[in-house]
Write a protein that binds this ligand. Structure first.
Ligand code: SF4
Length: 371
């Protein structure tokens, strides 16, 4: 519960702090929601959470807002108040399609910027401006301009986990769902066999192992995924015979080599839904397992996972505050926005695969050129 509510024994619970009470009306309005989180919230804890959930739902209606909930959000956000749920690509597309005048990004800052880039007329709120990303912080727009000078004639394919100014210097963006497709597309369009993939070194290396392209990579890392290793997989298999191991492509290549399956968070969720493995380990952010466990009751989720401290800055309580006070508004400079939009739209124009794309497992690492 403490992960969900962020409660501390020396403080009031977040509902009390905001003057929200668990009365009969709240109880009635929220009783159908409790079963969605009963595996994580005890009946004693629910009265502390329910008034906040009810408050967010009321404010959403008053403001005409939608909440975009990333797969790494805690289940109270993901299951109880998120209007659209999924990975970066899904959320970017929902941001572009929704008519709602207000978007609350339950995710990190670069995601909120992406929503603003695609929906400049809408008010985009992020509940905590400090929700950053180690990967996005590893590179700036000035870095990309220098890269462009150093490798003229080589297209730049940029992971969406970057700031608006980095996207603005790029030729196409990609997500972990379509990184291989985007790199191959931009290479074809430019008539070249080399692509610069920034900023995630491991995603770039994993793409390199899955294409014939020659890849130039930046040394950025996701602090959640970089800490998994092939040795972890051996230890998990020894401790849990028969376990199915699923990995995100931000993990190092030796992890993808040893895993049973590798793909974006959507691809992982799809795999679990379709195959119903008896016992799984998801080598990605911890909330991912919690969020898909509810839809897969026959699957046992083991949890050697890592928490993203940036994603965990977003809570139901600060989503409530953001909607109540219409804070913290995310803005993007118009010149940057227009150029970043071009790169994102180049990605959104790619044909949508009928199934989430996967990385082939067991591919030996191939060399990449490191910037
Ligand atoms: S999980 Fe990794 S890539 Fe995603 S926000 Fe956290 S640090 Fe950034």
């Amino acid at each position: 519960m403490s992960l969900i509510l962020g409660t501390r024994p020396d403080r009031l619970n977040p509902s009390d702090e905001r003057g929200l009470v668990y009365d009969d009306a709240v109880r009635q309005r929220t009783e159908a929601l409790y079963p969605l989180v009963r595996d994580l919230v005890t009946p004693m804890e629910w009265p502390a959470l329910a008034p906040l959930i009810d408050g967010v739902r009321r404010l959403k209606a008053e403001r005409g807002a939608v909440i975009l909930a990333h797969n790494y959000m805690t289940p109270d956000i993901f299951r109880l108040i998120g209007d659209f749920r999924g990975d970066s690509l899904q959320l970017a597309m929902e941001a572009a399609a929704t008519d709602a005048p207000v978007i609350v990004q339950a995710g990190v800052h670069f995601m909120a910027e992406t929503s603003k880039i695609l929906s400049p007329e809408k008010t985009v709120l992020i509940p905590d401006m400090r929700a950053g990303c180690s990967l996005a912080a590893s590179i700036t727009g000035a870095d990309v301009r220098l890269i462009r000078q150093a490798w003229p004639g080589v297209p730049i394919c940029t992971y969406v986990n970057t700031s608006a100014e980095v996207k603005a210097e790029s030729d196409i963006t990609c997500t972990s769902s379509n990184a291989i497709q985007a790199a191959e597309h931009i290479a074809r369009e430019w008539g070249v066999k080399r692509v610069i993939m920034i900023p995630d070194e491991f995603l770039a290396r994993n793409v390199a192992a899955n294409t014939d392209l020659s890849i130039i990579a930046w040394r950025g890392r996701c602090e959640v995924h970089e800490s998994f290793s092939g040795r972890d997989i051996a230890e998990i298999r020894a401790a849990h015979p028969g376990v199915t191991i699923l990995a995100h492509p931000e993990c190092p290549p030796d992890v993808l080599e040893e895993a049973d399956f590798a793909g974006s968070t959507s691809a992982i969720a799809h795999f679990v839904r379709e195959r119903s493995p008896r016992k799984v380990v998801l080598l990605t952010e911890c909330s991912m397992s919690d969020n898909i466990a509810a839809d897969n009751p026959g699957v046992e989720f083991l949890k050697p996972c890592n928490l993203c401290p940036h994603m965990k800055r977003i809570t139901v309580a600060n989503i409530y505050d953001a909607l109540r006070d219409m804070k913290h508004v995310v803005e993007v400079d118009e010149d940057i926005r227009i150029r970043a939009q071009r790169a994102i739209e180049a990605m959104l124009a790619l044909p949508r695969p009928t199934r989430p794309a996967t990385f082939l497992r067991g591919r030996p690492p191939v060399p990449v050129e490191l910037i």
